[in-house]
Design a protein around this ligand. Structure first.
Ligand SMILES: [Zn+2]
Length: 319
């Protein structure tokens, strides 16, 4: 495998997929600059700390930070890189005072060496960790009414974002709350006496609107805190397979988009999809294998794009 090809793949992945945080910024910078260096004919490009800081921050900001404290920890960088590729690794040489500066370089992982290059890979290969992949931005088609808003990604504070928020979320939520309330008022202050029939119809209406709240609005509110939730069916349309809504921060604000995270079950090779962790797990989202959804269960880490086995004890492990 050629380093340039692999770096180009990582670059495309990281530019399409949202990544928050300094470590991801640094890795993307290293990937892009190493590729640039290749184009100029330099086969091995190393970067020192202040170069990286100036590459990742706007010039005014970069001048004010201390590169030494700003740089993310080496382990964080390795983890972010490992979430993108297991073929490339970070070669870091610490600076030793005057003249010798710290140096960060990307290189192809040395498969022959015994030393594991990340925590994840040092785990025994017993089918315990899986890697997730994320679909690209326009792979999932939303419900046709929502297509103008969520076709690719949607910036929350943009015309599209505000229209979406006002019409689909606030206006809808208002109706959901006001209609049962008005009905209740009309019963209490209405001319006719309250009878069993009107109480029953009120209960029915409340249940209906509670359902609307649970299915339509609650996931959107949960999204703000959880960053990833299962997309409600009304967003994706009936024909689309289940997928997720993801909200992420970029330098210019918050964005929302439809994605699908999938993995390959290390126990049976089946497709792993994100599902609710209930009832056996406390996590809101877990990866469940479609072949055995309640046994082949994995945790889900959105940032590291990996998960470990959290299902029931495996037969071979029992005494
Ligand atoms: Zn499986």
């Amino acid at each position: 495998m050629d380093l340039a090809d692999e770096l180009a793949r990582i670059k495309e992945n990281m530019t399409n997929a949202p990544f928050d945080g300094k470590a991801a910024d640094v890795i993307l910078f290293l990937v892009c600059e190493t590729l640039n260096a290749f184009e100029r004919g330099i086969t091995s490009a190393g970067f020192e700390r202040s170069q990286i800081v100036y590459g990742c921050l706007p010039a005014g900001e970069a001048a004010q930070v201390d590169p030494k404290t700003w740089m993310p920890k080496e382990a964080q960088l390795r983890r972010v890189l490992a979430s993108q590729s297991n073929l490339v690794e970070l070669d870091y040489k610490q600076g030793r005072g005057r003249g010798i500066l710290s140096n960060y370089r990307l290189k192809l992982a040395d498969r022959t060496s015994e030393e594991p290059c990340s925590e994840e890979e040092s785990l025994p290969q017993t089918g315990r960790t899986i890697r997730y992949v994320r679909t690209s931005a326009n792979e999932i088609k939303p419900f046709f009414l929502l297509r103008p808003f969520l076709k690719k990604e949607m910036k929350n504070r943009s015309v599209r974002g505000v229209i979406f928020l006002l019409f689909f979320v606030l206006f809808g939520a208002l109706i959901t709350a006001v209609v049962p309330f008005l009905l209740l008022l009309s019963l209490v202050f209405g001319p006719s006496a309250v009878d069993l029939k009107s109480i029953l119809s009120l209960v029915f209406v409340f249940m209906l609107f509670w359902l609307v709240w649970r299915l339509v609005y609650e996931p959107l509110i949960r999204l703000i805190d959880s960053r990833v939730v299962q997309a409600p069916a009304w967003i994706t349309g009936i024909l689309e397979d289940p997928c997720e809504l993801e909200m992420y921060r970029q330098s210019d604000g918050q964005w929302t988009r439809l994605v699908r995270f999938t993995g390959e079950c290390t126990l049976c090779g089946g497709r792993v999809e994100l599902k609710s962790g209930k009832p056996e797990h406390a996590y809101p989202l877990v990866g469940r294998c479609i072949n055995s959804p309640h046994s082949h269960v994995y945790s889900f880490d959105r940032m590291l794009m990996s998960g470990s086995y959290i299902g029931p004890p495996l037969p071979m492990e029992q005494p």
